[in-house]
Design a protein around this ligand. Structure first.
Ligand code: CU
Length: 257
C-alpha cells in the first residue's frame, strides 16, 4: 500500500474506531491473523476451491481459488456471486437442509447453517451485504483466482474470530440441477434463474494466529510466491496500525474535551 492510500484510509479507520469506542472490542483493530477454508461442492455442482483471509487490523486480503464452476451464462462467463457468510453455526448444509424437497439446497435453506452475508467478495466497489447479487462485479467462468484487499466490517471480523465465517460461492450449471429446480426463479431475486444464485461450493474459514505459524510455514503458497508481496503487506499493516493508534488518541482527546 502506498503512502497516499494509507492517508486515505484514515477517515475509515476513524469511523471504525468510533463504532468500537469504549469497549474491549478495540483489540480487533490490532490483530493480524489468517483464516483458511477448503471449499467443498454443494448441490452436485462439481465446484471446489480454497479461500484464505489474511487479516491486518481492519483490513483483509481475501484470496479465493475456484475450479469446476459453471462456465457460461447467456453467452458470457457465468457470474459467481461469492460471500463471507457470518454469525450462524459456521457450517455448510448437507442435503437434509432441502426443506422444500426440490432436490437442491438453495441459499435461503442454507442460512440456518452458514448465516447471512457479512461481506460480498466483489471485484471492485462496495463489498457490503448490499452488493450480494451485484453480478457484474463478481468473478465468472469455470475457474478463477480472486484476490482483493477489503475493509473488514466488525461483524465479519467477529465471525472470523469465533469460527462462524463461511465462504459460499454461488452459481450452478442448470443442467446439473433437477429439472424442476432448474426451472424455478432464484429465492433471492425473482428476476434471476435459480441456477444463478444456487450455492455451488462452501467452506468454513478456520483461523490461525500468524504469530503461531512456523517460519516459512504452512501457508498455501500465495504469499511465498513473492517475497516482495510479504514485505509490502507487513509494512502496510504496520502503517495501518500506527494510524489506528493515532485515531484512538485523537478520539480520547475529543472525548475528554
Ligand atoms: Cu453467499
Amino acid at each position: 500500500m502506498n503512502k497516499k492510500m494509507r492517508l486515505l484510509a484514515v477517515p475509515t479507520l476513524a469511523l471504525g474506531a468510533l463504532a468500537l469506542s469504549g469497549g474491549p472490542a478495540m483489540a480487533h483493530g490490532e490483530d493480524s491473523w489468517s483464516s483458511q477454508a477448503t471449499l467443498n461442492t454443494m448441490n452436485n455442482s462439481g465446484t471446489t476451491g480454497q479461500a484464505m483471509v489474511d487479516v491486518h487490523g481492519t483490513e483483509a486480503v481475501v484470496t479465493v481459488n475456484v475450479s469446476g464452476a459453471a462456465e457460461t451464462f447467456m453467452d458470457g462467463p457465468f457470474p459467481h456471486a461469492q460471500h463471507i457468510h457470518i454469525a450462524a453455526q459456521g457450517t455448510c448444509p448437507g442435503p437434509e437442509a432441502d426443506t422444500d424437497g426440490d432436490g437442491v439446497v438453495n441459499t435461503t435453506e442454507g442460512h440456518p447453517f452458514y448465516g447471512h452475508i457479512g461481506t460480498s467478495l466483489t471485484t471492485e466497489g462496495d463489498s457490503s451485504p448490499d452488493s450480494a447479487l451485484a453480478v457484474e462485479r463478481f468473478p465468472g467462468g469455470s475457474a478463477y483466482t480472486y484476490e482483493r484487499t477489503l475493509e473488514l466490517s466488525p461483524e465479519t471480523a467477529a465471525s472470523l474470530k469465533d469460527g462462524s465465517a463461511v465462504v459460499v460461492v454461488h452459481g450452478v450449471d442448470p443442467t446439473k440441477m433437477p429439472a424442476a429446480a432448474a426451472e424455478k426463479m432464484s429465492d433471492l431475486d425473482p428476476s434471476l434463474p435459480a441456477a444463478a444464485t444456487l450455492p455451488a461450493a462452501c467452506g468454513t474459514l478456520v483461523g490461525s494466529q500468524m504469530a503461531a505459524m512456523p517460519e516459512g510455514g504452512a501457508d498455501t503458497g500465495v504469499e511465498t510466491a513473492s517475497d516482495n508481496g510479504v514485505a509490502g503487506t507487513a509494512v502496510a499493516g504496520a502503517g495501518v496500525l500506527a494510524l489506528a493508534g493515532a485515531a484512538m488518541v485523537a478520539l480520547r482527546r475529543r472525548a475528554r474535551a
